[in-house]
Design a protein around this ligand. Structure first.
Ligand code: PLP
Length: 392
């Protein structure tokens, strides 16, 4: 059987066997109780949810009462932004960036159609956020600032501690989209960052199933729910997805226990991968600030190729990565993240994202890089007229 190398962990991650084992009892005839029921079957489910809440809180450096479970990162982000709008009906401005995940961008586009003013802060050529732009935009018309911690396409990090300090100073609510950062970076000192009101994370990025996520709500911040009901301390209605929440808790425990070793492992593989490509191919560009990135992510433009062609050939060789973010693959529009960084559309269309994970084998990086080198050379040799390689 052909060896498969999965290099798309920013899209989603495989469920770990221990995580599956932890969730299965809650899908069986003995574990189906409703956590809101007062008899023992319900209480067992309630206790399992509360244990998971503690695990998820510990992973991000929060307290359990600051965590609500949701159905996905997208729901967490929408809950945070819509909460701010409902708490401040007199404020009509939302500050975000031009490189956010589509979960934020599409909500903001929708709110713009309803009359809200959306400020999309620009980034520089490295994908970094100039803080003075944020400082200049904050005012008492601003309902909320919503920014990424780590970009899903390039891995570039925003300075969340400085952003939190600025928002605190201006008394403006701040939501941080930490979906890609959690489990790859050490937790933020949330209790000494009162500026962060809300923070989103998602289970399927840390080896739990899809369809379970969480929102951190700072204990000092007010919150207005998106879904009304008595569950989650009346902050998120709907009967809880017990099995997936238990799985999320287990994945959080494992993630925290292995944070240092995982981070070192993925960084080593990512760096080996990039070094091999830089040594063996001309006309390639690594997109995003190389020293302020997630340890697992590599976004690379290959002059003279279309990303979709390379994706298909890599797929045939059992290597899985993506062109732009998962949500935009299949379309040929250049990535909004790369174009916001000033990368010309042609180069953006030649970009692939590789994201390593804990399950990658030590030789995956070199094997994938050598196959990719062969594929890029083949595509270029078949279309020599489109190619003017710059020496880098
Ligand atoms: N935010 C970022 C940075 C992401 O990468 C993703 C998913 O790719 C999301 C939000 C949305 O999370 P979910 O897929 O759980 O809705």
């Amino acid at each position: 059987m052909q060896r498969q190398i999965y290099l798309d962990h920013n899209a989603t991650t495989p469920i770990l066997p221990e995580v599956l084992d932890a969730m299965l009892p809650w899908l069986s005839p003995s574990g189906f109780g409703n956590p809101s029921s007062s008899y023992s079957l319900g209480k067992a489910a309630r206790n399992a949810i509360e244990a998971a809440r503690l695990s998820v809180a510990t992973l991000i450096g929060a307290s359990p009462e600051e965590i609500i479970f949701t159905s996905c990162g997208t729901e967490s982000i929408h809950s945070a932004i819509l909460s701010a709008l409902s708490l401040h009906p007199d404020r009509h401005r939302i500050i975000t960036s031009s490189v956010e995940h589509s979960a934020t961008l599409k909500l903001c586009n929708n709110l713009a159609r309803k009359g809200y003013q959306i400020v999309r802060l620009p980034v520089d050529n490295h994908g970094l956020l100039p803080l003075n732009q944020l400082a200049d935009s904050l005012d008492n018309e601003t309902a909320i600032v919503s920014l990424l911690w780590a970009n899903n396409e390039t891995g570039v990090l925003f300075p969340v501690e400085e952003i939190a300090a600025l928002c605190h100073q201006h008394d403006v609510l701040l939501h941080i989209d930490a979906v890609q950062a959690i489990g790859k970076l050490p937790p933020l000192p949330l209790h000494s960052l009162p500026g962060i009101s809300y923070l989103s994370l998602s289970g399927h990025k840390i080896h739990a199933p899809k369809g379970v996520a969480a929102l951190y709500i700072n204990r000092r911040s007010r919150f207005s729910p998106l879904l009304f009901g008595s569950q989650e301390n009346s902050r998120r209605g709907g009967t809880e997805n017990v099995a997936s929440i238990v799985a999320f808790g287990k994945a959080a425990d494992i993630s925290l226990q292995n944070l240092e070793s995982t981070s070192a492992h993925i960084r080593k593989l990512r760096d080996q991968f990039e070094d091999y490509l830089l040594q063996n191919l001309d006309g390639i560009h690594i997109n995003g600030a190389r020293n302020q990135r997630l340890p697992n992510t590599s976004n690379i433009s290959f002059e003279g190729i279309q990303a979709e062609t390379a994706l298909l050939l890599l797929d045939k060789e059992g290597i899985y990565c993506s062109a732009g973010s998962a949500c935009t693959s299949g379309s040929i529009a250049p990535s909004h993240v790369l174009t916001a960084m000033g990368i010309p559309p042609e180069r953006a269309r030649s970009s692939l994202r590789f994201s390593f994970g804990k399950a990658n084998q030590p030789d995956d990086a070199i094997l994938a890089a050598s196959t990719l080198t062969r594929i890029i050379r083949k595509i270029r040799s078949e279309n020599p007229s489109t190619l003017v390689i710059s020496r880098i």
